[in-house]
Design a protein around this ligand. Structure first.
Ligand code: SF4
Length: 241
């Protein structure tokens, strides 16, 4: 088992290295692609959430075998490092291990990761996802303004902060958050909803978002599939699943 891996395809745009800690995720976002990627039943993926077997030990052995150090490792791509309602001690153990071996972490969550801020420093990134979805579209997530408050706390502690605005579900909400919460984050990544239908005009949204980021002086990245829409190269918008 090699828990640390090099993502491919769209996942590559999240980072050069990634590690998935849990077998599933209870957040139940309606657009979740992870069960398809893992060839798992959707209900099983959302209801059976456990640390992957021996995840901490396996990661330690891989780091020792391959001499992995000085890397920025994304947590997580095919699950959430802070599944709401579950014990997240395995996440804490993984962060400790990565830091002890000279690596840094890039966290991305729809949960609450403030319990581990004491482990992070200015070489780490704490990030949240904000899509503008309604409550029933992401019913298991850490809801309300809490995720934004966590970002503020992380920033106050000198940890770098970022927001993944992907997939955008409500374009106006996302543009408002970029405008009004700009001081909370150091970097943003913006991406379209893929595989599901949407009435958002992606080219128009992408241009507005980019103009706003430039005006605010934000470090931003437009994901490739949104960039293609902005350049008139996007494909059909029909759902694949
Ligand atoms: S937080 Fe991510 S992994 Fe969890 S259900 Fe939502 S999209 Fe899927």
């Amino acid at each position: 088992m090699k828990p640390i891996y090099v993502p491919s395809g769209r996942a590559k745009e999240y980072g050069d290295y990634a590690l998935n800690i849990y077998t599933g995720c209870p957040h139940r976002c309606y657009y979740c692609f992870a069960p398809n990627t893992l060839h798992r039943m959707r209900e099983e993926f959302h209801s059976r959430v456990e640390p992957r077997r021996d995840i901490v030990e396996e990661t330690r052995w891989q780091i020792e075998r391959e001499g992995i150090t000085g890397k920025l490792i994304h947590l997580c791509f095919l699950c959430d490092p802070y599944p709401v309602g579950y014990d997240t001690t395995p996440t804490r153990e993984i962060i400790k291990l990565l830091k002890e071996t000279g690596n840094h972490v890039q966290i991305l969550t729809k949960g609450c990761g403030d319990r581990d801020f004491d482990l992070l420093d200015g070489g780490d990134w704490y990030g949240i996802t904000y899509t503008g979805a309604q409550r029933d579209q992401e019913p298991g997530t850490y809801w309300g303004f809490g995720r934004m408050e966590d970002l503020g706390e992380a920033k106050d502690r000198g940890i770098k902060t970022w927001v993944s605005f992907e997939p955008v579900i409500n374009a106006d909400y996302v543009l408002n958050v970029i405008s009004n919460c700009r001081e909370l984050f150091d970097k943003v990544k913006i991406g379209k909803l893929n595989y599901w239908p949407s009435d958002i005009n992606w080219a128009e949204f992408g241009r507005k978002a980019e103009a706003l980021c430039r005006k605010l002086g934000l470090d931003y990245y437009i994901k490739e599939s949104l960039r293609e829409e902005m350049e008139g190269k996007g494909g059909p918008r029909e759902a694949e699943t």
